[in-house]
Design a protein around this ligand. Structure first.
Ligand code: GLV
Ligand code: GLV
Length: 323
């Protein structure tokens, strides 16, 4: 009998076409995140599951459906109970690498938008307020000679650092491991989180979300930052205490923020919506056409390898093969 795959939402067809060569493929048809009940009923008796980062895949989903492999359509796997998958010998894969540049680009789009007040100024013009060049109109921040603090120096953090070097910035980073070669080539320095927060004009977050990074940036950390500093988050919302971020923005503890991710995604804190000094995007980090197609191909190939008994290239829980 042909094996079956359940895909929790429409993804680029190029990935579906790969799966269709080998499997029967069922795609959740609605244009909204799937509920857990819908995921369980859709994936019932399927061999493989291809979920999005919006879909929480827990032990119950695994046990109810009997899936044998999960190919997450994302680099972050915080939506999946990986430990539960490992206990059940279920392979979990992700899509690292292909979305690095797109996410780093979007980080820069936020840095530039917030600092140079792009969104506010665009709105001002559209509302018919532009009456001629004005030497005091929408004055913003600088990049050359300023300091960017990068929290987490994985692939995306490194790509942000390379872009920062192109903007002639001082680069400091906080990471569990040192990167001496990059320090030399980009002239950057590894510092403690406290020093990074104290020194940076821009703080950009690029760690995965897990128990250690939950609320990594809270009241104390925001208070250490410069009042003129900006916070950019394109990783995961729960790394920042959003309540405290709103307080910091309202009380001028920091100058602004650029966010692509939220604590209660897709809900966005009402306090953020009301603030002019933040730019808010609907989780677009990897949203370039090329990247999303590559992610679809990668997830499909990962799933096929896992279901063929081979070790997928992007395995998140390799321990299931080393038992
Ligand atoms: C996006 O947020 C991802 O993890 O791929
Ligand atoms: C993403 O690809 C990362 O590891 O930073």
């Amino acid at each position: 009998m042909q094996k079956k795959i359940f895909v929790t939402r429409e993804i680029p067809q190029i990935g579906i076409d790969i799966l269709l060569q080998y499997y029967e493929v069922d795609i959740f048809p609605k244009k909204r995140p799937i509920t857990k009940e819908e995921m369980i009923s859709g994936a019932m008796d399927c061999d493989g599951l291809l979920p999005l980062l919006t879909d929480k895949v827990d032990a119950e989903v695994m046990d109810e459906t009997g899936i044998k492999a999960i190919a997450n359509y994302a680099v972050g796997v915080d939506n999946i109970d990986v430990a539960a998958a490992s206990q059940r010998n279920i392979a979990v894969t992700n899509t690292p690498g292909v979305l690095t540049d797109a996410t780093a680009d979007l980080t820069w789009a936020l840095l530039l938008s917030v600092s140079r007040r792009i969104v506010e100024a665009d709105k001002y013009l559209r509302e018919g307020n532009f009456l001629g060049w004005d030497s005091m109109l929408y004055l913003g921040g600088d990049f050359a000679g300023r300091t960017i603090g990068i929290i987490g120096l994985g692939r995306i953090g490194q790509a942000v650092a390379r872009r920062a070097a192109g903007f002639d910035m001082n680069i400091i980073y906080h990471s569990t491991s040192p990167h001496p070669n990059l320090e030399r080539s980009l002239g950057m320095k590894r510092v403690s989180l406290e020093e990074l927060l104290k020194e940076s004009d821009y703080v950009s977050i690029h760690t995965p979300y897990n128990k250690e990074t939950h609320h990594l940036i809270g009241k104390k950390e925001l208070e250490i930052m410069k009042p003129s500093a900006y916070l950019i988050n394109t990783s995961r919302g729960k790394i920042v205490n959003e309540e405290e971020l709103v307080v910091a923005l309202v009380t001028g503890k920091i100058d602004g923020a650029g966010l692509d991710v939220y604590y209660h995604e897709p809900k966005v804190h009402k306090g953020l919506i009301d603030l002019p000094n933040v730019v808010l995007l609907p989780h677009l980090g990897s949203a370039s056409m090329y990247t999303r197609s590559k992610m679809a191909m990668m997830a499909a190939e990962n799933l096929h390898m896992a279901l063929s008994g081979e070790r997928p290239e992007n395995i998140v829980n390799p321990e299931i093969y080393d038992k």
